[in-house]
Design a protein around this ligand. Sequence first.
Ligand code: COA
Length: 175
Amino acid sequence: MTALEPASIIVPLAVTLRTADREDLPKLEWYGQYIHFRNLFRRAFREQQLGRRLILVADCNHFPIGYLFIQFAPADEGSLKRAYLYSFRVMEMFRGQGIGTRLLQYAEVVIRQRDHNWALISVAKNNPAAHRLYERMGYRVYAEDEGRWHYVDHRGNLRYVHEPCWMLQKQIVTG
Ligand SMILES: CC(C)(COP(=O)(O)OP(=O)(O)OC[C@H]1O[C@@H](n2cnc3c(N)ncnc32)[C@H](O)[C@@H]1OP(=O)(O)O)[C@@H](O)C(=O)NCCC(=O)NCCS
Protein backbone atom coordinates (compact mmCIF):
# COMPACT_ATOMS: atom_id res chain seq x y z
CA MET A 1 0.00 0.00 0.00
CA THR A 2 1.37 3.42 -0.90
CA ALA A 3 0.74 6.47 1.24
CA LEU A 4 -0.87 9.38 -0.49
CA GLU A 5 1.22 12.52 -0.61
CA PRO A 6 -0.42 15.28 1.44
CA ALA A 7 -1.87 18.00 -0.78
CA SER A 8 -2.21 21.55 0.40
CA ILE A 9 -4.36 24.40 -0.78
CA ILE A 10 -4.34 28.00 0.39
CA VAL A 11 -7.77 29.37 1.23
CA PRO A 12 -8.10 33.12 1.56
CA LEU A 13 -10.71 33.90 4.22
CA ALA A 14 -12.30 37.28 4.89
CA VAL A 15 -12.88 38.09 8.55
CA THR A 16 -15.28 40.92 9.43
CA LEU A 17 -15.48 42.54 12.86
CA ARG A 18 -19.05 43.50 13.81
CA THR A 19 -21.60 43.59 16.61
CA ALA A 20 -23.28 40.25 17.35
CA ASP A 21 -26.88 39.71 16.28
CA ARG A 22 -29.46 37.23 17.58
CA GLU A 23 -28.45 34.55 15.05
CA ASP A 24 -24.94 34.54 16.52
CA LEU A 25 -26.10 33.50 20.00
CA PRO A 26 -26.13 29.69 19.51
CA LYS A 27 -22.98 29.93 17.39
CA LEU A 28 -21.06 31.58 20.26
CA GLU A 29 -21.21 28.15 21.93
CA TRP A 30 -18.86 26.82 19.24
CA TYR A 31 -20.72 23.54 18.70
CA GLY A 32 -20.89 22.71 22.40
CA GLN A 33 -17.47 23.86 23.60
CA TYR A 34 -19.02 26.80 25.45
CA ILE A 35 -22.57 25.48 25.89
CA HIS A 36 -22.16 25.98 29.67
CA PHE A 37 -22.01 29.76 29.10
CA ARG A 38 -25.38 29.86 27.28
CA ASN A 39 -27.06 31.94 30.00
CA LEU A 40 -24.15 34.38 30.14
CA PHE A 41 -24.33 34.86 26.37
CA ARG A 42 -28.07 35.44 26.48
CA ARG A 43 -27.81 37.94 29.31
CA ALA A 44 -25.04 39.82 27.51
CA PHE A 45 -27.19 39.99 24.40
CA ARG A 46 -30.19 41.32 26.37
CA GLU A 47 -27.90 43.95 27.89
CA GLN A 48 -26.53 44.80 24.46
CA GLN A 49 -30.09 45.66 23.42
CA LEU A 50 -30.26 48.00 26.43
CA GLY A 51 -26.94 49.63 25.51
CA ARG A 52 -25.11 48.35 28.60
CA ARG A 53 -22.97 45.70 26.92
CA LEU A 54 -21.69 44.88 23.49
CA ILE A 55 -20.64 41.60 21.94
CA LEU A 56 -18.04 42.03 19.19
CA VAL A 57 -17.55 39.10 16.87
CA ALA A 58 -14.92 38.23 14.28
CA ASP A 59 -17.15 36.81 11.56
CA CYS A 60 -15.84 34.33 9.02
CA ASN A 61 -18.45 32.99 6.59
CA HIS A 62 -21.27 33.98 8.99
CA PHE A 63 -19.65 32.20 11.92
CA PRO A 64 -18.13 33.96 14.98
CA ILE A 65 -14.61 32.50 15.01
CA GLY A 66 -13.67 34.97 17.75
CA TYR A 67 -15.41 37.30 20.14
CA LEU A 68 -14.95 39.88 22.84
CA PHE A 69 -17.60 41.20 25.23
CA ILE A 70 -17.71 44.75 26.60
CA GLN A 71 -19.60 45.83 29.70
CA PHE A 72 -20.06 49.59 30.06
CA ALA A 73 -20.13 50.75 33.68
CA PRO A 74 -21.97 53.94 34.61
CA ALA A 75 -19.75 56.94 35.42
CA ASP A 76 -18.55 56.99 39.03
CA GLU A 77 -18.11 60.08 41.23
CA GLY A 78 -14.76 61.03 39.70
CA SER A 79 -16.37 60.83 36.22
CA LEU A 80 -14.35 57.69 35.46
CA LYS A 81 -16.24 55.72 32.86
CA ARG A 82 -14.97 52.17 32.78
CA ALA A 83 -15.56 49.51 30.17
CA TYR A 84 -14.84 45.89 31.17
CA LEU A 85 -13.58 43.52 28.51
CA TYR A 86 -14.27 39.81 29.03
CA SER A 87 -15.14 36.54 27.26
CA PHE A 88 -12.29 37.13 24.84
CA ARG A 89 -11.44 34.14 22.67
CA VAL A 90 -10.46 33.15 19.17
CA MET A 91 -10.95 29.60 17.84
CA GLU A 92 -7.73 27.68 18.26
CA MET A 93 -7.05 27.13 14.54
CA PHE A 94 -7.34 30.88 13.86
CA ARG A 95 -5.02 32.09 16.64
CA GLY A 96 -1.73 33.90 16.08
CA GLN A 97 -2.91 35.71 12.95
CA GLY A 98 -3.82 39.04 14.46
CA ILE A 99 -7.57 38.49 14.94
CA GLY A 100 -7.38 38.94 18.73
CA THR A 101 -5.35 42.13 18.33
CA ARG A 102 -7.88 43.53 15.85
CA LEU A 103 -10.79 42.65 18.16
CA LEU A 104 -9.10 44.54 21.00
CA GLN A 105 -8.42 47.55 18.77
CA TYR A 106 -12.01 47.53 17.57
CA ALA A 107 -13.27 47.35 21.16
CA GLU A 108 -11.21 50.43 22.01
CA VAL A 109 -12.78 52.34 19.11
CA VAL A 110 -16.24 51.40 20.41
CA ILE A 111 -15.28 52.40 23.96
CA ARG A 112 -14.04 55.77 22.71
CA GLN A 113 -17.20 56.31 20.66
CA ARG A 114 -19.28 55.61 23.77
CA ASP A 115 -17.28 58.24 25.60
CA HIS A 116 -15.81 55.81 28.14
CA ASN A 117 -12.24 56.54 29.23
CA TRP A 118 -10.83 53.33 30.73
CA ALA A 119 -10.69 49.80 29.35
CA LEU A 120 -10.20 47.04 31.94
CA ILE A 121 -9.46 43.37 31.46
CA SER A 122 -8.61 40.44 33.75
CA VAL A 123 -6.21 37.73 32.78
CA ALA A 124 -5.59 34.47 34.61
CA LYS A 125 -2.14 34.32 36.20
CA ASN A 126 -1.51 31.10 34.30
CA ASN A 127 -2.18 32.70 30.91
CA PRO A 128 1.08 34.49 29.99
CA ALA A 129 0.30 34.53 26.24
CA ALA A 130 -2.85 36.62 26.67
CA HIS A 131 -1.08 38.75 29.30
CA ARG A 132 1.70 39.49 26.80
CA LEU A 133 -0.84 40.52 24.17
CA TYR A 134 -2.50 42.99 26.57
CA GLU A 135 0.83 44.48 27.66
CA ARG A 136 1.80 44.94 24.02
CA MET A 137 -1.52 46.71 23.46
CA GLY A 138 -0.73 49.15 26.28
CA TYR A 139 -2.65 47.55 29.17
CA ARG A 140 -0.93 47.65 32.57
CA VAL A 141 -1.49 45.66 35.75
CA TYR A 142 -3.14 47.71 38.51
CA ALA A 143 -4.36 44.99 40.87
CA GLU A 144 -4.72 41.29 41.41
CA ASP A 145 -7.84 39.38 42.22
CA GLU A 146 -8.79 35.96 43.56
CA GLY A 147 -11.01 35.58 40.51
CA ARG A 148 -13.89 33.88 42.32
CA TRP A 149 -17.22 34.02 40.52
CA HIS A 150 -20.12 31.79 39.68
CA TYR A 151 -22.72 31.33 36.99
CA VAL A 152 -25.69 29.14 36.17
CA ASP A 153 -24.96 26.73 33.33
CA HIS A 154 -27.30 25.59 30.53
CA ARG A 155 -28.68 22.80 32.78
CA GLY A 156 -29.49 25.21 35.60
CA ASN A 157 -26.54 24.08 37.75
CA LEU A 158 -24.59 26.63 39.74
CA ARG A 159 -20.92 26.50 38.74
CA TYR A 160 -18.11 28.05 40.75
CA VAL A 161 -14.92 29.41 39.17
CA HIS A 162 -11.67 30.13 41.00
CA GLU A 163 -9.05 31.63 38.70
CA PRO A 164 -6.55 34.01 40.36
CA CYS A 165 -5.90 36.81 37.92
CA TRP A 166 -4.16 40.06 37.15
CA MET A 167 -6.32 43.06 36.45
CA LEU A 168 -5.09 45.37 33.70
CA GLN A 169 -6.25 48.75 32.55
CA LYS A 170 -5.63 51.19 29.73
CA GLN A 171 -6.68 54.79 29.46
CA ILE A 172 -8.68 55.46 26.33
CA VAL A 173 -8.14 58.98 25.14
CA THR A 174 -11.45 60.53 24.18
CA GLY A 175 -12.37 63.63 22.27
C1 COA B 1 -5.93 35.47 23.68
C2 COA B 1 -6.50 35.25 22.29
C3 COA B 1 -7.95 35.74 22.23
C4 COA B 1 -5.65 36.05 21.29
O1 COA B 1 -6.18 35.87 19.99
P1 COA B 1 -5.21 35.76 18.72
O2 COA B 1 -6.06 35.90 17.52
O3 COA B 1 -4.39 34.53 18.81
O4 COA B 1 -4.31 37.05 18.93
P2 COA B 1 -3.21 37.65 17.94
O5 COA B 1 -2.99 36.75 16.79
O6 COA B 1 -3.62 39.04 17.65
O7 COA B 1 -1.94 37.72 18.87
C5 COA B 1 -1.43 36.53 19.46
C6 COA B 1 -0.01 36.28 19.00
O8 COA B 1 0.04 36.12 17.59
C7 COA B 1 0.99 37.04 17.03
N1 COA B 1 0.49 37.58 15.79
C8 COA B 1 -0.23 38.68 15.58
N2 COA B 1 -0.47 38.87 14.28
C9 COA B 1 0.08 37.83 13.64
C10 COA B 1 0.16 37.44 12.30
N3 COA B 1 -0.42 38.16 11.32
N4 COA B 1 0.79 36.28 12.01
C11 COA B 1 1.34 35.53 13.00
N5 COA B 1 1.32 35.88 14.30
C12 COA B 1 0.69 36.99 14.61
C13 COA B 1 1.08 38.13 18.03
O9 COA B 1 2.33 38.80 17.92
C14 COA B 1 0.93 37.37 19.31
O10 COA B 1 2.17 36.86 19.68
P3 COA B 1 2.67 36.74 21.19
O11 COA B 1 2.37 35.34 21.57
O12 COA B 1 4.10 37.03 21.16
O13 COA B 1 1.88 37.71 22.02
C15 COA B 1 -6.43 33.75 21.87
O14 COA B 1 -5.13 33.31 22.02
C16 COA B 1 -7.36 32.86 22.68
O15 COA B 1 -8.53 32.69 22.35
N6 COA B 1 -6.83 32.24 23.74
C17 COA B 1 -7.63 31.34 24.56
C18 COA B 1 -8.64 32.08 25.40
C19 COA B 1 -7.95 33.14 26.21
O16 COA B 1 -6.92 32.89 26.82
N7 COA B 1 -8.57 34.33 26.23
C20 COA B 1 -8.07 35.44 27.01
C21 COA B 1 -8.68 35.44 28.36
S1 COA B 1 -8.11 36.80 29.31
